[in-house]
Design a protein around this ligand. Structure first.
Ligand code: ADP
Ligand code: MG
Length: 229
């Protein structure tokens, strides 16, 4: 059986204007993520990891090229269709948790499911299961500010997978944590991804963590190339 790509980036260009000059960050970048595959994106700061992930997550438009999610080209989708694609097919974890401060951990994980049409009861049950799986279930009724950095990230990961996305994108998800906490959170993330057969692209500076993925890539001169971590 041929492997089905869940995410493809084709000939992606992206530049930013800086005063008089333009900074070309991505120059014909190509990347394919297959179903059930985990990939680490390892590259120095400033090389375009976040830019690539934001484009892959339909949070930003490339200047050229296209993003295919589940085989669907996204370049010409309207804003509503892009939003729906993001909500149903893509989970995103940021370096900083981005949880809604006025809601509990449980409510934060429930939110995307309620927007996606699940009943309150179903969403609450699934959210509690995800929080339990991430070993933060006992903190379900606390607000983000009452949680440690590692707990906040585990809640953010639970939220990212709440709608059973096709692809999980994570932008240095443990970059803001001390090494011990980072290892713990990364292991929980890895277990969840492996257990659910999710495809994941994870940017990380940590080569030890990167090596645990199926393969590694890096960015050189605006292009994606294989990397030996
Ligand atoms: P990384 O995540 O690998 O550290 P980024 O994708 O955040 O890299 O940024 C790549 C380069 O693009 C950096 O030089 C950064 O300063 C620049 N950049 C990123 N976003 C913007 C923006 N909105 N406007 C101008 N320059 C930007
Ligand atoms: Mg970044």
């Amino acid at each position: 059986m041929a492997t089905q790509p869940v995410l493809s980036l084709t000939d992606i260009d992206r530049s930013y204007g800086q005063g008089e000059t333009t900074l070309q960050i991505l120059k014909g970048a190509n990347f394919t993520l297959n179903a059930g595959e985990t990939v680490a994106l390892v590259a120095p700061s400033g090389t375009g990891k976040s830019t690539l992930l934001h484009i892959a997550g339909l949070l930003e438009h490339p200047d050229g090229g296209d993003v295919l999610v589940g085989g669907v080209p996204c370049q010409h989708l309207g804003d509503d269709q892009r939003t729906a694609m993001r909500r149903n097919s893509i989970g995103f974890v940021y370096q900083f948790h981005h949880l809604l401060p006025e809601f509990s951990a449980l409510e934060n994980v429930m939110m995307p499911q309620l927007v996606g049409g699940l009943s309150h009861k179903e969403a609450a049950e699934r959210s509690q299961q995800l929080l339990d799986y991430m070993r933060v279930g006992h903190r379900a009724h606390h607000r983000p500010a009452e949680l440690s950095g590692g707990e906040q990230q585990r809640v953010a990961i639970a939220r990212a997978v709440a709608n059973a996305p096709l692809v999980l994108l994570a932008d240095e998800p443990t970059g803001n944590l001390d090494p011990e906490t980072a290892a713990y959170v990364f292991s929980a993330l890895e277990a969840l991804v492996r257990q659910s057969g999710l495809s994941a692209l994870i940017a990380t500076h940590n080569h030890d963590l990167a090596r645990r993925m199926d393969r590694c890539i890096t960015l050189v001169d605006g292009k994606v190339i294989p990397f030996d971590a």
